[in-house]
Design a protein around this ligand. Sequence first.
Ligand SMILES: [Zn+2]
Length: 189
Amino acid sequence: MQVKVFLKRALTASLLSAALLGVAAAFGGADCGTSTDGTTTISIITGIPHDLVDSGKHCDYDSNQSKYDSYVKTAVATWNAYKSGVFRPDDGKVLQDVRISDVDKAGDNAFASTNLQLGTIHLNKAHLDKSSWNYNNRLKTITHELGHALGLDENNDGLPTNVMRQGQLENISLSTDDKASYDAAYARY
Ligand SMILES: [Zn+2]
């Protein structure tokens, strides 16, 4: 299998906007590219900091304040099923790497956002609580943001089912692109 690798270079400013999941949807869900059969598209954030995983290859998180805590636990299980034990709930004995909490910004197109410098993930209730949103839409959004915490970037050029594709809100399982991107990010921790 031919492996096609895109290492996206993140500008300082784009680190802050890397997780603006709502952008594609704001433009009618338009995709930026299509996958080519037989290739794997890897998309990871480069630059410093590029992830929220500590040198022990752990990402200690706290989502106790979020109303979507149960979704976070399910999303964590999805990533940990591929690489065991990377995400760990904060237990008060370790420094927290990422804090997950809710915001309510009706005028914000972003469903959620991840700030790699502050170590925060904000889940926008104005979108997640919409009556048109179902369980999978919320779970996919949160799984996607956790991917950013791991150092994965948007992956709009690869498979349409990518969890890391912007605007894709149905598939909650890691694709081959998502897994290959995680492999590449993991090698850098
Ligand atoms: Zn994103």
